[in-house]
Design a protein around this ligand. Structure first.
Ligand code: ZN
Length: 250
């Protein structure tokens, strides 16, 4: 049998297409190739489909957990080319991640749990980068802060809560403490305060609207002056042109 020659510089899709065109029996009868087809679709699909495709890919890799990976030697992916077990955990992690992303708008607590599940799966897949990313996402989703403006407690840093730059004095920081309020509403170093998403976007949108209005006003004030300058420059240019042409004649 002639060995399959595949150029690793080809894009993943082209390489998969080549693999499928090598005359091997239909994909469905090869769980390993079916798993590859599913994971390729998962990595190239938008979130709503990606979650299901990653879950399906994980299920397929689970079926071949004890079988050595063959095609990955010829057509390697970016990482985790050594075992079906790692690829199983990798896809399980991605499926939980997308499930968490889907849940976070409705319930940050549930989303934090799903991100923790993704974190564990990526840990089992021995993926240090993804594992630490999920750990950070999960712990951010668990964080609760009281909004500096509306005094509502909200959950989910970088989602429902963000810190805005602000000035505080020692007196102001002590006051929050003596009033028994949420001291973590003032950021580390005292140069920011926690703001909930509705308050933050209200400030941003209104500031944008004011800035836009002021820009239009300034444009209106400056336009007549600009027009005046343009006509003065035009008049000067014409005068110079006339002077030049009369100088040529003499
Ligand atoms: Zn608020």
């Amino acid at each position: 049998m002639i060995p399959i020659q595949i150029d690793p510089s080809w894009p993943a899709g082209a390489r998969m297409g080549f693999l499928e065109a090598t005359g091997l029996p239909p994909l469905a009868s090869h769980p390993a190739l079916e798993a590859r087809r599913l994971e390729h679709a998962a990595f190239t699909s938008p979130p709503p489909q990606a979650q299901q495709l990653h879950a399906n890919a994980a299920a397929k890799f689970q079926q071949i957990m004890r079988v050595p990976l063959k095609t990955y030697k010829h057509v390697p992916t970016r990482d985790h080319n050594d075992s079906a077990e790692e690829r199983y955990f990798l896809h399980q992690g991605w499926a939980s991640f997308y499930q968490g992303r889907d849940a976070q708008d409705k319930d940050p607590e549930t989303a934090a749990g799903l991100m923790s599940r993704a974190q564990q799966a990526f840990k089992n897949a021995r993926d240090e980068g993804l594992w630490s990313r999920m750990a950070a996402t999960s712990s951010n989703l668990k964080i609760k802060r009281t909004c500096w403006f509306c005094h509502r407690e909200m959950q989910g840093l970088e989602l429902n809560i963000q810190y805005y730059p602000a000035h505080t004095t020692e007196y102001g920081r002590a006051l929050v403490r003596t009033l028994g309020q949420d001291v973590t509403a003032i950021g580390e170093g005292g140069s920011s305060v926690a703001v909930c998403l509705p308050c933050a976007t209200m400030v941003q949108n209104q500031a944008d609207a004011y800035a836009q209005r002021r820009t239009e006003e300034l444009k209106g004030e400056l336009q007549p002056q600009i027009n005046k300058l343009v006509s003065a420059v035009n008049a000067l240019s014409e005068r110079i042109a006339r002077l030049e042409s009369s100088a040529h004649r003499h």
